[in-house]
Design a protein around this ligand. Structure first.
Ligand code: LLP
Length: 401
């Protein structure tokens, strides 16, 4: 995945750091936009996956909109030139301050999750003498077959409005004169690799649309959220998700009314594979049944393995050894969950080797913390079109030796 020049460059940068291959991000954006174009689908990039300016600007240049979940994400979208009419604002707990930021910026749509939230948005819109466009986030009760922490579309989850509440929602909406219902919103979960879950979503959306039709309502916009997964275990063979199959599936199974537009909120599938956490081996320590490779990145830089038992492919970039050994790759934090991978077969590894933890572009750097008063992890970019020349733009590069 990395050229020799890149690896040489890594050895001159203070570890740990996130390395972003912008060329790969471009290729991914090319694939996503080409696949969605024949159907005129709208893709909003889910900011929560990665909010680095370089990445947001590149994504914006491909015409994607923004799916924001906080007032600060909305502000960031505006500063990165996302047009307000392409910004949606989701979240089960929008604060008054955040709602006001969205109203002040005239965003496209609030994805609303409860009656009390509708009432507050209306009240704040009245004060500003504005009409807020809203979509109802409906809990479709479809199982996404993914990790339970990132499953969102089941009735037991806190997200969305349940089917049996819809009648009451419509009654309330009639009284909320500063809200305009323009859409229905759904999201069943994240890291979904079995596309049949999305077929289930389409069929449920069709049923729900029938219900609205029976109530004389046809909205202009259907938003089916995000969730398309990436290949964590074998990224090299699957660097770009199969956007063609994904969008075709929606085209085959969702029944849109004439002029109705379909929206997506993709995060991980756009940025997941372009980011890698580069870390250095501090010590190799003998254990009872294994050897520990202790690296200088920990759960502070990448929390996904500790939080979701997530698997990220790990490789030693600099070992010249032909011998393979079994290792547990762990971080320096005083918590047993601070482990990136157990019983991994790696070439003989020694202090100073560079280790790549792959597929970290989504929900990696954004979830980093300063636990233990550690430095916040930094980002390094492979420059566009110059990947193999090793002349990438570097945020802060210091000699590590
Ligand atoms: N739309 C909504 C309403 C969402 O809640 C999410 C993600 C997305 C879109 C984007 O989903 P994506 O296309 O990225 O799957 N931190 C976790 C993932 C949390 C996802 C939360 N919602 C992880 O590291 O796996």
């Amino acid at each position: 995945m990395f050229s020799k020049t890149e690896i040489t460059r890594f050895s001159n940068i203070l570890t740990p750091f996130y390395y972003y291959q912008l060329e790969l991000l471009k290729a991914t954006l090319d694939a996503a936009t080409k696949a969605s174009k024949p159907f005129n689908y709208h893709i909003h990039y889910a900011f929560k996956a990665n909010t680095n300016t370089e990445i947001l600007e590149l994504i914006q240049s491909y015409g994607l909109g923004a799916d924001c979940v906080s007032g600060n994400e909305i502000k960031k979208a505006i500063t990165c030139n996302y047009p307000p009419e392409q910004i949606v604002f989701a979240g089960v707990g929008k604060s008054d301050t955040e709602i006001n930021i969205a109203l002040d910026n005239n965003i496209f749509c609030f994805n609303c999750e409860s009656i009390p939230e509708l009432e507050v948005i209306n009240e704040l819109a009245v004060k500003k003498n504005k009409i807020a466009q809203i979509a109802l986030r409906i809990n479709p009760n479809v199982n996404a077959n993914t990790h339970h922490y990132i499953t969102t579309g089941l009735e037991e989850n806190k997200f969305g409005i349940n089917r049996w509440e819809l009648e009451e929602v419509l009654t309330v909406l009639e009284k909320l004169k500063n809200l305009k219902l323009i859409g229905l919103h759904f999201h069943i979960g994240s890291q979904i690799t079995d596309l049949t879950a999305f077929k289930g979503l389409c069929l449920r959306v069709n049923e729900i649309q029938e219900w609205f039709y029976d109530h004389q309502i046809i909205v202009d916009h259907i938003n089916v959220g995000g969730g398309l997964g990436i290949a964590y275990e074998n990224p090299k063979q699957n660097l770009i998700p199969d956007f063609n199959a994904y969008f075709k599936l929606f085209n085959n199974f969702i029944a849109l009314r004439p002029k109705q537009q379909l929206h997506f909120e993709l995060g991980r599938s756009i940025v997941g594979q372009c980011g890698t956490l580069i870390t250095k081996v501090l010590y190799v320590k003998k254990g009872v049944n294994t050897n520990f490779v202790i690296v200088d990145a920990g759960m502070t830089e990448l929390i996904r393995p500790a939080l979701y038992q997530a698997v990220h492919a790990i490789e030693n970039l600099t070992s010249n050894s032909n011998e393979i050994n079994r290792y547990d790759v762990v971080g320096p934090i005083c918590e047993s969950s601070d482990c990136f991978g157990k019983a991994l077969m790696l070439p003989t590894t020694k202090r100073g080797d560079l280790i790549a933890i792959n597929s970290c572009g989504a929900y990696g750097e954004v979830m980093a913390s300063q636990y233990n008063l550690r430095d916040l992890v930094k980002a390094v970019y492979g420059k566009l079109d110059e990947r193999d020349k090793g002349q990438g733009k570097v945020v802060s590069e210091t000699n590590n030796s």
